[in-house]
Ligand binder design. Structure first.
Ligand SMILES: [Zn+2]
Length: 233
């Protein structure tokens, strides 16, 4: 029981650090082997993921202007955090950093596995169909809304133009599921989460779940590889 208390208090410190100091990639290593090691601090690339209600998720992220080592480290940490989370995309605001960056690891519609980074992206999307989303094929989840998913209609085709962490131009045109990921991640940079876009029926369900799960208060996070996977991967 005592260990559990130490873990939770350590995580809160860790979260506060992530939210206020974008340049810090230190975190407290929890648990492990012998008792008494729980307060060891070492640099770690995996960042806590903040949850709906944290202000950084709900505001427009800032443009990147300096393509320096610090940016390269942040992007590398985002890829490691995404790997550990078993997700398909991660935007910087989700680790408490209000900058226009997202990374993705996912298969496209041709079955090709893609890993990539978009910085300062622009997204051009086809029209979102004015029909009801299919719960079997059009259900979305988000690492910042743990354990929940809801159907949402998205544009079928998008083009994303941006740069990578070295400032090199990156451009992508894609369809279907992969286009959905691009729209979801781009939305994060605008301060919009997929649950903010649900139609009336699903929005009602989300509001209930939001209250039940406490996804309306700032200061909450979970850490991939430390906390249980909220999506059961
Ligand atoms: Zn998300």
């Amino acid at each position: 029981m005592a260990v559990l208390v130490v873990q939770w208090s350590a995580k809160r410190q860790c979260h506060a650090k992530g939210a206020s100091e974008a340049e810090s990639n230190e975190r407290v290593v929890l648990g492990g082997n012998a008792a008494g090691k729980a307060d060891t601090i070492v640099p770690m690339p995996i960042h806590p993921i903040v949850i709906y209600g944290e202000p950084v998720l709900h505001q427009r992220a800032e443009k990147i202007t300096d393509f320096d080592e610090e940016l390269a480290r942040l992007v590398s940490d985002m890829h490691e955090t995404l790997d550990a989370s078993n997700g398909v995309g991660l935007a910087a605001p989700q680790i408490g950093v209000g900058k226009r960056i997202f990374v993705y690891h996912a298969e496209d519609d041709a079955g090709i596995r893609r890993r990539g980074t978009f910085i300062n992206p622009l997204l051009i999307a086809s029209k979102v169909p004015d029909t009801r989303p299919d719960p079997d094929d059009e259900t979305e989840g988000c690492l910042s809304v743990p354990s929940l998913d809801f159907p949402l209609k998205r544009a079928d085709r998008v083009t994303v133009n941006g740069v990578d962490e070295t400032g090199q131009t990156v451009s992508l045109t894609t369809e279907g599921w992969f286009a959905r990921i691009m729209q979801h991640e781009y939305d994060h940079l605008q301060g919009t989460l997929y649950v903010d876009r649900l139609d009336r029926r699903w929005s009602k369900k989300w509001k209930k779940e939001q209250t039940a799960n406490g996804y309306n208060v700032p200061g909450r996070s979970w850490t991939p590889g430390v906390d249980p996977d909220p999506f059961g991967h």
